[in-house]
Design a protein around this ligand. Structure first.
Ligand SMILES: [Zn+2]
Length: 229
């Protein structure tokens, strides 16, 4: 099975295409667990997009039999924000507050965290949620930048998150440190028991070199069988 690129599975708020890559045949059920990797949720965090692209290039070079997971990779979920170097999407919504989690809240402390008018209101999130319902997920990994850390929401995935903490030298945490209603970690772990790993590259680091820090850990994660059922 070759890697397939889909350009029409989702559109941004402003109608832009959002490329998605997958390693598995959509018509058959794979026996490998499904890993979903997401870059560019926040459009002003180029380190996350760079890391997702470098991960994709690595996967393209890898014999698929050596990968322990079937996977989906979205290099840049927030195409609108990325084009404008803005955190939010074309509707001014923070996509990591718009997931239809049970604790979604219409409140936000600052405009940059605006969660949208309803849970899952944004086309980027609605399409991603639909994708994960069609192809059940075992692990989410999303790539960000902020203060350097690796956040693992869901203890079963901690051994995998540890690979990323080890290779980057960044601390492994089980919480980002502030409430994030409507985030992927709430939608994944709190609502569905699907662990979520979030990498936060150092905002002060050269984003082009993010792979140097997280690449070795990602390679290890991709070759390690899922440690939970
Ligand atoms: Zn972010």
């Amino acid at each position: 099975m070759d890697i397939v690129e889909l350009k029409t599975w989702a559109k941004s708020a402003k109608g832009e295409a959002i490329p998605l890559f997958h390693s598995f045949d959509l018509a058959t059920i794979e026996n490998r667990p499904h890993l979903v990797m997401i870059g560019g949720t926040h459009g002003d965090e180029p380190a996350g997009v760079q890391l997702a692209k470098d991960t994709l290039n690595y996967l393209k070079s890898l014999d698929n039999n050596l990968c322990a997971w079937s996977w989906t990779l979205i290099p840049c979920l927030n195409a609108d924000g990325y084009a404008q170097n803005e955190r939010t999407n074309g509707n001014g919504v923070d996509l990591n507050r718009n997931y239809p989690s049970s604790n979604w809240s219409p409140e936000s402390k600052k405009p940059r965290y605006f969660p949208g008018n309803a849970p899952g209101s944004e086309p980027e999130i609605a399409s991603l949620v639909e994708w994960t319902k069609k192809y059940p997920v075992k692990l989410f990994v999303h790539f960000h930048s902020w203060e350097p850390c690796v956040v693992c929401t869901g203890a079963p995935a901690r051994p995998l998150a540890q690979f990323l903490a080890n290779s980057s030298g960044y601390p492994l945490q089980d919480h980002i440190g502030y409430p994030t209603a409507g985030s992927l970690s709430q939608f994944g772990w709190s609502d569905q028991n699907i662990p979520v790993i979030c990498t936060e590259e150092d905002d002060n680091a050269d984003y082009k070199t993010t792979w140097d820090r997280f690449g070795p850990g990602l390679k290890k994660l991709l070759s390690t069988p899922c440690p939970y059922s």
